[in-house]
Design a protein around this ligand. Sequence first.
Ligand code: ZN
Length: 176
Amino acid sequence: MGLSHKQKRKRFGRGEILQEALPPLASPLSSCLEDVKNSWKNKKNNIAALCNDWLKIAGQPLASNCQPLSIQRKVLVVGASHPQWLQALQYNRSQLLARIQAAGIDIKDLRIQQYHPPKIDIAKENELRVWSRHPSRIDIHGLAKCTKCSCPAPGGEITLWGMCSFCRRKFKLNNL
Ligand SMILES: [Zn+2]
């Protein structure tokens, strides 16, 4: 999709200047992903490669209770949230290290640390659920007329409070 010779030239006064050539088109995403995958294969000290094969290397039940966190200077950090699994890791440490090395991942040591995997944000989920039923949503409850100010207001507000949210705020302030 290169520009023709003519398009690359821009009129400039009586002469013309040559525009800077466009940068080459970015390669398609799929080939990028393929590149990433290949770089994992080549760089066996990569944490991603280890995560990929974690189940095979660590085996159950260790694999689902412990998690490789990072590799820095060939030291792998493995985390577990429960003291019982931290202990299990400690106990299996040398065996696990040997298995990881046997899998071709270039590490020389293994460190164990407590790690709490991020929890799903329940507060945020609730917020979304509340909003899905919120009386101010016209798309759900439709429009109605406020009984106080006669202005069009979300139907859900009228059903719930008998008035629009503006009147309700005023009403609440007056009754403090
Ligand atoms: Zn009103």
